[in-house]
Design a protein around this ligand. Structure first.
Ligand code: NAD
Length: 346
């Protein structure tokens, strides 16, 4: 309760910086949640995933203070009712509950420990939840740095994709002190349907990179299968229907099919825009392969998948959804398939 009161006061101070006219207009949308006893939440990283996650917090009545290096993304959230900060430090000095959703380890290090980073101004007792998928070792470093300031850092990477983020159906895999899990869960459950405590800090990331290694492999498998079936003369929708009622079914076939036109509202039906970038999948497979080396685990398909997505990223597909592998395989088909394969992958 003390934390709630503290954040109310801090948010009120922040609002006082505005002109009276602006205060009236904005207070209507941002102070309403405070009346409902919802604490101010800081949110950093408003990309494909974070943008929807932040919007879900706003729609559940949380006052939100947001930051992103991309000002268009910030403007979008302002229109949804959030308030903008000029740096992570401004967020840390105004609230004790913070969520970050950034591309990779280096961005997390910058936002937490860089100039004007969260740790430069973090309030004692604050909870900082990082939902980015990053190296578990970096999560552990950030947790140590937070602890030295009397604050808490939990890793809480997600599974589910952009549509799950939009519909608040994500799965959160949380690593951090058990005593802080209920407070983290209270925030995360507004953005997801499953919030699982995996163990100490770093274990959320461990669970996530295992999941994504399987996802990367299964997306390639689904794409090869769909491409082969179409070449055999099967209707793509019918083939997907059969797979999804048979033993070949997986998330890549039944929720996020890579073949355009099988499902609406997935990246493959939108020129592979939005979704989960191939560069991000390459990063996750790199993390999984490094972890496999460190633990002497055999990951033959995991290594092969890393090579395929790395090549795709090098060839300019890094910003496209990772299911674009289907399109690449499709373009490789035909009488000269072996030659085309060699040209692309060697
Ligand atoms: P994204 O690239 O679309 O968004 C990242 C956002 O962070 C961008 O808006 C960018 O401007 C912002 N950003 C980068 N550096 C910043 C900084 N220094 N300060 C403030 N903002 C900064 O990425 P995404 O697809 O939203 O993914 C975010 C994380 O979630 C990644 O770690 C990814 O691996 C993971 N993830 C993504 C998906 C998916 O389907 N997209 C699914 C599960 C997990």
């Amino acid at each position: 309760m003390a934390a709630v009161n503290q954040t109310k006061i801090m948010f009120a101070n922040l609002m006082r910086k505005k002109t009276p006219k602006t205060i009236c207009k904005r207070c209507f949308s941002v102070t309403r949640p405070v009346q409902n006893d919802k604490p101010l939440i800081g949110f950093i990283g408003l990309g494909n995933m974070g943008n929807h996650m932040a919007r879900n917090l706003v729609s559940k009545g949380y006052p939100l203070l947001v930051y992103d290096v991309n000002t268009d993304a910030v403007d979008g959230l302002k229109q949804a009712g959030a308030k903008a900060a000029v740096s992570p430090a401004e967020i840390a000095s105004n609230t004790d509950r913070i969520v970050t959703m950034l591309p990779a380890s280096q961005h997390v290090q910058q936002v937490y420990a860089g100039d004007n980073g969260l740790l430069s101004k973090v309030v004692k007792g604050s909870i900082m939840i990082d939902s980015s998928t990053i190296d578990p070792a970096v999560s552990k470093d950030m947790a140590k740095a937070a602890e030295s300031k009397g604050a808490f850092y939990l890793d809480a990477p997600v599974s589910g994709g952009v549509n799950a983020a939009r519909q608040a159906l994500l799965t959160f895999m949380v690593g951090g002190p058990e005593s802080k899990f209920p407070e983290a869960e209270a925030i995360l459950q507004n953005m997801g349907k499953n919030v699982v405590h995996c163990g100490p800090v770093g274990t959320g990331q461990a669970a996530k990179i295992c999941n994504n290694m399987l996802l990367g492999i299964s997306m390639i498998g689904t794409s090869e299968t769909m491409n082969l079936g179409i070449k055999l003369g099967l209707d793509p929708k019918m083939l997907a229907k059969i797979l999804n009622m048979s033993s070949g079914r997986c998330w890549s076939s039944d929720t996020y099919n890579p073949c355009p036109g099988v499902f609406e509202n997935v990246p493959s039906s939108n020129n592979y825009e939005g979704g989960f970038g191939t560069a991000l999948m390459t990063k996750d497979l790199g993390l999984a392969n490094n972890a496999a080396k460190d633990t002497n685990s055999a990951v033959n398909l995991g290594r092969e998948a890393l090579e395929i997505y790395t090549k795709m990223t090098e060839k300019g597909y890094g910003g496209k959804d990772f299911s674009v592998i289907f399109k690449i395989l499709e373009e490789m088909s035909g009488p000269e398939v072996e030659k085309k394969k060699k040209e692309f992958f060697d």
